[in-house]
Design a protein around this ligand. Structure first.
Ligand SMILES: NC(=O)c1ccc[n+]([C@@H]2O[C@H](COP(=O)([O-])OP(=O)(O)OC[C@H]3O[C@@H](n4cnc5c(N)ncnc54)[C@H](OP(=O)(O)O)[C@@H]3O)[C@@H](O)[C@H]2O)c1
Ligand SMILES: *[C@@H]1O[C@H](CO)[C@@H](O)[C@H](O)[C@H]1NC(C)=O
Length: 398
């Protein structure tokens, strides 16, 4: 069997770029993937070639990988098959655009863009140029997420009626983030909704929207509230009611609540004692998922017939004794040899390139756009605005 080697370029060298790239370089055989392998051929930092060089050393990229001191140089490197973008949300539109225009396939971090108009423009451009484009919603590609969706579509829960999802982490904003930090700065499209609320919406969408056959479930009506962070004016918490129109014969409208907060945690001791963060309810039972919602590893199925089925989904990696560690600085490091879980989305991007597909298999570009539209609506209802230059679709350098 021939193995396709995917040649990645890494655009930006921040926290998640390090986590992603370290995961990317783990042998795919550790997760039973044998059709693709990944290599890093280049990385670019907007802060200069020296930072790009350091980054390549930090992640233990092959010594041949090239450091660049500007994003455009990376976009023009002929040896790069696909570029992973992990700049702040504010910059996604411009950075993705730059790469697509240079003829590169793209995997771009969440939230996909600042608004739906930008997302639609990127989708249009990718389709016009026949390039692969995917929002890096890594959680959708976890075996746990596949199990959740399969359980729902198998009909075990009966007709899906309602779902709850909460993604909340008490960041102690004043203490931990200066006003220019991407989590709270309006100039970098900060705030809970775009950064963390996207995961609550992801769980709602992959539970009740993606699982309904064909076009039987329509984009939701939305009612929302946000709380603003006094120091910068972005949202520090958001609460969203969603009503997904579905035909009466198929069960009628599906209701959902998605919540997110930077003020309270849904996993106080980090061990799940606070209970599940997702509840998906059907007429015959419910499926629960424990926090953290970006990287969950535990589910519980409870059926009306008395069934209670707990499952855990350990995240593979190089394993104990490897001396290898990964994690994410804002939430802490994992135990030795445990992967972070970002390799599954990378595998999907690689397999798409292998098979000539232009979108991710578990979240279409149209769905990414619908989710951006929901976040637009929340922002409109709650008066959450960002500076004009980062809401724009005009090509520019930020
Ligand atoms: N999937 C996940 O679990 C996950 C987790 C965390 C974050 N994310 C997403 O990944 C993105 C980056 O998050 P992060 O935590 O890695 O942020 P970060 O540590 O602040 O890194 C962002 C990087 O973007 C580049 N950048 C370019 N222009 C910038 C500007 N004006 N201000 C600040 N940085 C700028 C910088 O890299 P250079 O200097 O090298 O250009 C910077 O290091 C966000 O979209 C976030 O939502 C995803
Ligand atoms: C599940 O994740 C938690 C951290 O979120 C970790 O402490 C625990 O060991 C993990 N369980 C398994 C089975 O991987």
């Amino acid at each position: 069997m021939t193995v396709k080697v995917i040649r990645w370029g890494i655009l930006a060298t921040g926290n998640i770029a390090q986590t992603f790239t370290k995961d990317l370089l783990v042998d795919p055989a550790t997760r039973d993937v044998y059709t693709v392998k990944h290599t890093v051929v280049a990385a670019a930092s907007s802060s200069g070639v020296q930072r790009a060089r350091e980054f390549l050393e930090q992640v233990k990229a092959p010594p041949t990988a090239r450091p660049y001191g500007s994003y455009i140089d990376l976009a023009q490197d002929p040896d790069v098959d696909i570029i992973y973008i992990s700049t702040p949300h504010s910059h996604h539109y411009q950075n993705v655009r730059l790469c697509l225009e240079a003829g590169k396939n793209v995997l771009c971090e969440k939230a996909f863009t600042v608004n739906a108009v930008q997302a639609k423009e990127l989708v249009r451009l990718a389709r016009q140029k026949d390039l692969f484009l995917m929002e890096a919603l890594w959680t959708r590609y976890f075996p746990l997420s596949i199990y959740v969706r399969d359980t729902i579509t198998s009909g075990k829960l009966g007709t899906i009626i309602r779902a709850f999802a909460d993604n909340s982490l008490n960041f102690e904003l004043e203490k931990n983030f200066h006003k220019e930090h991407r989590m709270v700065s309006p100039d970098l499209a900060g705030g809970a909704l775009l950064d963390s609320g996207i995961y609550a919406l992801t769980w709602i969408f992959q539970s009740v929207y993606t699982t309904q056959p064909g076009d039987t479930c329509k984009p939701p009506r939305v009612l929302s509230s946000v709380r603003k962070y006094g120091a910068t004016g972005v949202d520090e918490a958001a609460t969203i009611l969603l009503s997904f129109p579905r035909d009466a014969q198929l069960g009628g409208d599906i209701h959902a609540i998605a919540t997110t907060s930077f003020l309270v945690s849904n996993n106080i001791d980090g061990k799940g004692t606070s209970g599940p963060a997702v509840r998906i309810q059907g007429q015959n039972g419910e499926l629960q998922v424990w926090p953290p919602l970006w990287r969950p590893n535990r589910t519980r199925l409870i059926l009306a017939d008395g069934t209670v089925e707990d499952k855990t989904f350990p995240i593979p990696g190089p394993g104990k004794g490897s001396g290898w560690y990964n994690g994410y600085p804002l939430v802490g490091m994992n135990s030795e040899g445990e992967g972070y879980g970002m390799f599954w989305e990378a595998d999907e991007a690689g397999m798409a390139l292998l098979e000539g597909r232009k979108e991710g298999i578990y979240e279409s570009l149209d769905e990414s756009v619908v989710i951006m539209e929901v976040m637009d609506e929340v922002r409109k209802q709650c008066g959450l605005v960002y500076p004009e230059n980062i809401e724009s679709t005009v090509a520019t350098e930020l």
